[in-house]
Design a protein around this ligand. Structure first.
Ligand code: M1P
Length: 269
């Protein structure tokens, strides 16, 4: 797919399965966690894009998805019809950015300050084998909090994940936040290995579905079949809400290889 520009695909209304879209989670579904996509996966997605619309919906910001799915010369926004970063708070349709809302605009600076100050104090008291940097990452649609820090290497990420399973650091942290800020209307989601996301309740991955609804008034395409593929589809996982949503057909996958297997079966690729 890297060699192909978006223009080689028919317009959305001209695809053979025009009322169908496949939406993919990124980490653990299209790529191994925080790692790059394989050429085989890109090839398969390209073949699928000739049949129906494709998109991704990830918790991370677009910079990370560009690193994982794109290349220095190919923008990720050209590889998919719909790109939904930060659960769709940052959204692209056919390479063009769509309007978005922001976490800070919704919460307000005063409450944000209380939240972030609490997190920084709590993190300072956490005992874990190592700490790196960037413990709180401020994004457009959410805040990402990591007890070990986002600068952790792949090895450090894996080590932390094991340690966290044993000591339930993130789960206890989230409980403390729920108790302290119960009236802020926030949701806490442990979607990855070293961190958790905080966002307004309802701004989970289902947020991106509103952009698909708008498609009817733009190109006349009514996405009546929305396939969603994700690996964290269990309750508490960050794919749970969209997987369970009545507007989607949910598919639970175990790995990128499993995603490929299902796509081949479902779409005869
Ligand atoms: O996409 C899942 C999660 O990926 C990252 O999590 P971690 O760094 O903890 O593995 C983060 O970008 C997180 O926001 C996201 O939900």
């Amino acid at each position: 797919m890297h060699a192909e520009a978006a223009s080689v695909y028919s317009p959305l209304e001209g695809r053979p399965l025009k009322g169908t879209i496949c939406l993919f989670d990124v980490d653990g579904t299209l790529t191994p966690a925080r790692q790059g996509v394989s050429p085989e996966m890109l090839q398969l997605l390209s073949a699928l894009r000739h049949k129906c619309a494709i998109g991704f919906v990830g918790g991370s910001d677009l910079v990370k998805q560009q690193e994982q799915l794109g290349t220095p010369s190919i923008s990720v926004t050209g590889l998919f019809d719909f790109c939904f970063a930060e659960n769709g708070l940052t959204a692209y349709r056919l390479g063009e950015q769509l309007a978005s809302h922001s976490f800070i605009g919704w919460l307000g600076q005063e409450k944000y300050k209380q939240l972030v100050n609490f997190c920084l104090r709590y993190i300072a008291d956490i005992e874990c084998p190592i700490k790196t940097g960037t413990f709180v990452e401020f994004r457009n649609g959410m805040v990402n909090v990591s007890p070990v820090g986002r600068n952790a290497s792949i090895q450090e990420r894996n080590d932390y994940e094991k340690y966290d399973k044993q000591h339930q650091i993130r789960a206890k942290f989230v409980e403390a936040l729920k108790e302290k800020f119960g009236d802020f209307g926030l949701t806490y989601s442990i979607g990855g290995k070293i961190s958790f996301d905080i966002f307004p309740t309802g701004w989970d991955k289902t947020y991106c579905l509103q952009h698909l609804k708008t498609e009817k008034s733009l190109s006349g395409v009514d996405y009546s079949t929305i396939h969603f593929f994700g690996d964290k589809t269990y309750k508490g996982g960050n794919d749970y809400e969209i997987f369970e949503d009545s507007r989607t057909v949910g598919h639970s996958v175990e790995s990128p290889e499993d995603t490929m297997r299902m796509l081949k079966e479902l779409f005869n690729l």
